[in-house]
Design a protein around this ligand. Structure first.
Ligand SMILES: Nc1ncnc2c1ncn2[C@@H]1O[C@H](COP(=O)(O)OP(=O)(O)OP(=O)(O)O)[C@@H](O)[C@H]1O
Ligand SMILES: [Mg+2]
Length: 428
């Protein structure tokens, strides 16, 4: 837009200051004729008073006046002159006064004597410039407001996205909890209905075994009874596991020393390990670790599951190492990140337990499935495929993280990340 179109003289208020009455009258006549709103002052003091009362767009200021000079006026009310364009009017512009005036933000000079045309031109030029600057500032302000609004919008969008993600997660958790509840009901019903007859079958088999004449060596009847007994035990195990699997919805949290949980878990599998003569178990335990807030029995279940898997992965023997240590999480990944719903924050210290074996390892293809319920590679007689999925449920409930690292033919490491208990608290 061209300045002429934007510029309206009616909008421009001018204070003209001069101690000579003729000059003041000249200003008044010429500039009022042009359409400006003109106020006059006959000395510096009067000018200051007027400036205090009213904000002017333009100040026509005589530099040399008795009493307060033009520069004194500029110095007296600098705040009130913010945004006011100043035209200095002087007969003898000295270098010093010019410099001082420029420092005070003066826009232009007019040297006495001047013609009406000169006055009109300079006032118009300065007023137009002022208007342009004002328009610019207004645009800058509008831009700043628009930028701030856009930023706020972006922030809101991010907040909404976060809330949405949280909602989705809660929804998934609810669906999962509902599925578990239904499965739990089914499992406890089945457990009740089926375990009693299974117990009766076992009792019957025991009775038959007792009554059969003891013969040295193998015989088909004893073999058959053993097969029946193993199958019944397996059916019982499936029911128990299913029941356990669906029941993991509540925790009995206490502050525990993780190393003592590791020791109890090892004690629980001691007998099994004794049978496996070629398996060596060693501990690499860090002493004095901070406590963890956990359900001891459930975490034991996780360690026992992993230890049994390790044993089963080493049919020809090998080594199991169980490790505990604390670690500052410096990078995102494996449960750590910077988002609200990450279980661990980058910069947080976590407690870590590793169960490592030198067994058959897990194929790349199977790595993504091992935590799925009922995924097993052990065949129907040996595995149910619930060990790791129960473990994952337990660790998820603790807001921890469980994952595996493995190389086929070399071995597997199950890594469990737990949250360190806060100092003090009810369970301290
Ligand atoms: N230490 C390990 N070494 C090799 N493979 C493993 C190991 N741990 C788990 N796996 C693989 O993950 C699968 C799932 O393990 P998970 O413990 O859930 O079930 P499972 O051991 O097959 O049966 P169960 O329900 O009796 O535990 C296993 O069948 C096996 O293929
Ligand atoms: Mg298992």
């Amino acid at each position: 837009m061209c300045p002429d179109q934007m510029f309206s003289v009616k909008d421009v208020s001018i204070l003209a200051v001069d101690d000579e009455t003729e000059v003041r009258n000249l200003y008044d006549t010429i500039l009022t004729e042009e359409g400006y709103r003109v106020t006059t002052a006959s000395c510096g003091e009067e000018a200051v008073e007027r400036i205090k009362q009213e904000k002017f767009n333009l100040l026509l200021l005589d530099l040399k006046m008795p009493g307060m000079s033009g520069t004194d006026v500029l110095k007296a009310v600098p705040d009130r002159l913010e945004g006011t364009s100043v035209i200095i009017v002087t007969a003898y512009p000295s270098l010093e006064s010019s410099i001082e005036a420029i420092k005070s933000g003066v826009c232009d000079y007019v040297i006495k004597p001047f013609s009406p045309k000169e006055l009109r031109n300079i006032v118009r030029m300065v007023a137009e410039k002022a208007k342009l600057i004002e328009e610019n500032k207004k645009k800058e302000r509008e831009l700043a407001v628009a930028t701030a609004a856009a930023e706020a919008q972006k922030l809101k969008a991010r907040e909404l996205e976060d809330a949405n993600e949280k909602l989705r997660e809660t929804q998934n958790m609810l669906i999962q909890a509902e599925k578990m509840r239904a499965l739990g009901q089914l499992a406890s019903g089945v457990a009740h209905e089926v375990r009693n007859p299974l117990a009766i079958i076992i009792l019957g088999i025991n009775y038959l075994e007792e009554k059969l004449p003891k013969k040295k060596g193998r015989n088909p009847i004893n073999d058959t009874l053993k097969i029946i007994k193993d199958s019944v035990k397996r059916a019982d195990k499936i029911i128990r596991m299913l029941y356990d699997f669906s029941r993991v919805t509540e925790l009995d949290l206490k502050k525990e020393d993780i190393n003592s949980v590791i020791n109890t878990s090892l004690a629980l599998v001691k007998n099994k390990l004794k049978l496996e003569k070629n398996i060596k178990v060693s501990k690499e335990i860090k002493i004095g670790l901070p406590k963890v807030l956990v359900d001891k029995n459930k975490i034991e279940q996780v360690f026992v599951n992993a230890l049994l898997n390790a044993v089963q992965a080493m049919p020809n023997g090998g080594q199991i190492i169980i490790r505990s240590y604390d670690k500052l999480l410096t990078e995102p990944g494996n449960g750590a990140g910077n988002r609200k719903n990450d279980n661990f924050k980058v910069g947080e210290t976590a407690l870590i337990v590793e169960i490592e074996d030198t067994g058959i390892g897990i194929s790349r293809e199977n790595m993504s499935k091992i935590f799925d319920p009922f995924f097993t590679t052990k065949g129907p007689q040996k595995g149910i495929g619930l060990g790791l999925s129960v473990s994952k449920n337990i660790i998820d409930l603790h807001r921890g993280f469980i994952y595996a690292e493995s190389e086929e033919g070399k071995g597997t490491k199950i890594i469990i990340k737990l949250k360190i208990a806060k100092e003090g608290g009810a369970n301290g």
